[in-house]
Design a protein around this ligand. Structure first.
Ligand SMILES: Nc1ncnc2c1ncn2[C@@H]1O[C@H](COP(=O)(O)OP(=O)(O)OP(=O)(O)O)[C@@H](O)[C@H]1O
Ligand SMILES: [Mg+2]
Length: 386
C-alpha cells in the first residue's frame, strides 16, 4: 500500500508550537488560538502532519477532534468522544477517575469503569476528565478542533464549548498543567462569532492567519510530479497562486496530462494552465447552477448577505428594504416587491438546506463559503446593494 507523502512545514509548525505552548505575559493564547485559511489550502494536513508532531515533541499531549469527520455525529459528541478516547488509552487514568469522589468504589484489581460516564451532564464532566488527564500526564494538553465553526450550529456543540471553557480556565490555574484549545476553520467571520462577544466561549482568543503553501512546496511538488516533461517550478507557482493555492486543482490537472504523450515540452505548461483553469471553472459552474436555481426571494437574501458581510442582520427594516431592492434589481418583480419576515425566514431555511448558508444555534447567519461570495461578486450580483 502506498502511503501519501506530504510536504512538511516544520518551520511554521515550530513557530506556532512556540506561540501555543509558551505563555508570554499579556498573551491571549491561554484563551485559545484560532487558525484560519481558505478552503482546501492545507489546514487539516498541516494540523495532523506538522503541528501535532511538533507539539508532541515539545512535550504536550495533543487531542485532535475533526467535527466534519462524520457529519451524522453531533459536534458536541465528537469533542466528548475525543476526550474519552484519550482517557480510555490510559489504565492508570481510568482507575483515578473510577475512584473519583462521588462515584461508587470499584473492586481492587481490574478497574470497572466505563468511559461513557464522561460527558456533558454525566457523572464526570469535561473539567473533571481534563483535570485527571492533566494531573496524570503532568503535560500541557492541546486540544485541536478542526472545523470548529460546526460546533456552534447546535445546542450540544455550544454546551461542549462552554464546558471546554470551564475546563480550560481550571487547567490553566496554577493547580494543573494547562490546556490550550486550537480552533481551525476556513471562514474567519464564522470563527469570529465564537470569539467576539464576551459571553462566547473564546472571547479574546488569538486569530492567526495560516500562511498559504509556498514556493518551496511547489519545488517539492514539481520534483515528484512524474509528467512526460519537466515543468519550471516558477511557472507552476504562478499558476498555483492564481488558482487560490489549492493543491487539489494542480493535482487534478496533472492527472489529466500524465498520460498525454502528445503534449510537447514547451506546450506542457500551457496545457497545465488550461486544465487548472478548467477545473477551477468546473467548481464555480456547479455553484453557479445552484445560485441560478434559487427563487427570487432566496436569491435576494443571499445577495444581500453577500454584500453586507459580517454586519448582516436578517430582519432589520433596512435589510428588508434591501431584499426588495435586490428583487427589483434582478428584474423579476412585476410590481413593487413586498417582502415579509416569514418569507425571509423560509428563504434562510432553504439556503441552509442547500448548504449555501450557515446558522449558529443563536441565529447568527453567514454565507457558508467564501467562494460563493466571490462568484456572486464576479457575476455582478452584489452590485448596487448597499
Ligand atoms: N503539505 C502538503 N503536502 C502535500 N499535499 C498537501 C499539503 N497540504 C495540503 N495538501 C493537499 O491539499 C488538499 C487539501 O488539504 P487539506 O484537506 O489539508 O486542506 P483544508 O484546508 O483542511 O481543506 P478543507 O477546507 O476542505 O478543510 C489535500 O488533497 C491535501 O493532500
Ligand atoms: Mg480541513
Amino acid at each position: 500500500m502506498s502511503q501519501k507523502t506530504f510536504y512538511r512545514r516544520r518551520a511554521l509548525a515550530a513557530r506556532l508550537t512556540k506561540l501555543i505552548t509558551q505563555e508570554a505575559v499579556g498573551s491571549a493564547v491561554a484563551s485559545g488560538v484560532f487558525l484560519t485559511a481558505p478552503r482546501r489550502t492545507g489546514k487539516s494536513t498541516f494540523a495532523r502532519e506538522d503541528l501535532r508532531p511538533a507539539l508532541e515533541e515539545a512535550g504536550a499531549l495533543v487531542l485532535y477532534a475533526d467535527l466534519w469527520k462524520d457529519l451524522t455525529k453531533e459536534p458536541g459528541a465528537v469533542i466528548v468522544e475525543t476526550v474519552r478516547e484519550a482517557i480510555g488509552r490510559d489504565e492508570k487514568l481510568i482507575s483515578r477517575l473510577a475512584i473519583a469522589p462521588g462515584l461508587e468504589a470499584v473492586s481492587v484489581g481490574r478497574v470497572n469503569f466505563n468511559v461513557n460516564k464522561i460527558g456533558l451532564g454525566k457523572e464526570i464532566g469535561l473539567t473533571k476528565a481534563f483535570e485527571a488527564l492533566s494531573d496524570e500526564t503532568k503535560k500541557l494538553i492541546v486540544l485541536i478542533i478542526d472545523e470548529t465553526q460546526h460546533a456552534i450550529t447546535t445546542d450540544e456543540g455550544v454546551a461542549a464549548l462552554f464546558a471546554l471553557k470551564a475546563a480550560r480556565d481550571e487547567l490553566n490555574s496554577s493547580k494543573h498543567y494547562g490546556l490550550r484549545i486550537v480552533c481551525i476553520g476556513s471562514n474567519q467571520s464564522k470563527l469570529a462569532t465564537l470569539r467576539n462577544s464576551s459571553d462566547e466561549a473564546f472571547f479574546g482568543a488569538s486569530m492567526v492567519q495560516l500562511p498559504m503553501l509556498d514556493k518551496d512546496f511547489i519545488d517539492w511538488y514539481c520534483k515528484g510530479l512524474d509528467l512526460p516533461h519537466d515543468l519550471d517550478p516558477s511557472d507552476v507557482f504562478q499558476l498555483f497562486q492564481e488558482s487560490g493555492c489549492r493543491p487539489d486543482l494542480l493535482s487534478a490537472a496533472a492527472d489529466d496530462i500524465r498520460f498525454d504523450f502528445t503534449v510537447g515540452p514547451k506546450a506542457i505548461v500551457v496545457r497545465l494552465a488550461e486544465l487548472v483553469r478548467a477545473h477551477a471553472e468546473a467548481l464555480n459552474a456547479n455553484l453557479r447552477t445552484v445560485i441560478h436555481s434559487l427563487t427570487p426571494i432566496q436569491s435576494a437574501v443571499i445577495r444581500v448577505m453577500g454584500s453586507k458581510g459580517e454586519g448582516f442582520a436578517p430582519f432589520e427594516s433596512s435589510t428588508m428594504e434591501l431584499y426588495a431592492k435586490a428583487i427589483a434589481n434582478a428584474g423579476i418583480a412585476t410590481s413593487e416587491p413586498k417582502v415579509e419576515e416569514p418569507d425571509v425566514q423560509l428563504a434562510l431555511m432553504a439556503l441552509q438546506e442547500k448548504k449555501l448558508v450557515w446558522k449558529t444555534s443563536r441565529g447568527v447567519y453567514a454565507i457558508e463559503e467564501r467562494l460563493t461570495v466571490d462568484v456572486l461578486r464576479k457575476d455582478g450580483l452584489l452590485d448596487d446593494l448597499v
